[in-house]
Write a protein that binds this ligand. Structure first.
Ligand code: SF4
Length: 237
């Protein structure tokens, strides 16, 4: 199992729970604003899933988050790790995913291994190639499938967008929220220009909290539960 980090205790990664976070290496997208893209290329460790589990200090954790990178690019290790956490600790697991691999997520959910799915919906689907270098048509279809699977299986679904001014506008938010309006929570996240791996993105400005709140109010027309996450704090609308 290739990982590039473990965070023993986080109060941010699993809403309303203290959690431990495992960052799995590798990703099939190339988002210009990614914080981890270069780090996971340089600092990857390869350990058996049980060793990864034993390396985490779970003393104060109420949940485990599997993040990345994109965890589903290592489907067997991801499954094995989740099975170990459920068997040994029976803790809730949150999976962060870019939505590129529905089959793996479906298998995990149907095996009862995922309690909370956080699904990136990065922009209007026709812009995916520019922003993430990935096929937006495939993601649009996958997002619809994941909405259905989570609903049927009773898994909490958060859809989330990192808002990048200069690359996106309110039209993207309308497209996204109309597509994901059945989700349990929609999150707007502040783009962090300083840690973007592409220079082009490091030159873009970050959105203000007021801008994000205005976009959050658009989302709220379609989705009852909306949250804005910015450097200035977390606001539930
Ligand atoms: S999908 Fe996530 S990990 Fe992959 S490049 Fe984009 S932001 Fe980075």
């Amino acid at each position: 199992m290739k990982i590039f980090g473990i965070l023993d205790l986080s109060t941010l990664d699993y809403p309303k729970k203290c959690s431990s976070v495992v960052f799995m290496s590798g990703c099939n997208m190339r988002c210009g604003y990614c914080h981890n893209y270069l780090q996971m290329k340089k600092n990857t460790y390869d350990l058996p899933p049980y060793k990864v589990y034993k390396s985490i200090d779970l003393t104060f954790s109420e949940a485990v988050v599997v993040s990345g990178g994109e965890p589903t690019v290592q489907p067997q290790d991801l499954k094995e790790f989740c099975r170990i956490v459920k068997r040994e600790e029976n803790l809730p697991i949150k999976l962060d995913t870019n939505g590129s691999n529905v089959d793996t997520v479906k298998e995990l959910i149907q095996e009862g291994l995922i309690d909370y799915l956080a699904l990136d919906v990065k922009c209007a689907f026709e812009k995916y190639w520019d922003i993430a270098q990935y096929d937006g048509g495939k993601i649009e279809s996958n997002v619809r499938k994941l909405l259905k699977i989570c609903k049927e299986e009773g898994v909490f679904l958060e859809c989330r967008t990192t808002y990048v001014p200069g690359k996106m506008d309110r039209g993207d938010i309308y497209t996204i929220v109309k597509t994901v309006k059945g989700c349990d929570l929609y999150a707007l996240q502040q783009f962090d220009s300083e840690h973007a791996w592409k220079e082009e993105y490091r030159r873009l400005r970050e959105p203000t909290l007021e801008e994000l709140l205005e976009l959050g109010r658009i989302a709220k027309e379609y989705i009852p539960n909306v949250v804005v996450r910015s450097k200035e704090g977390i606001v539930y609308l």
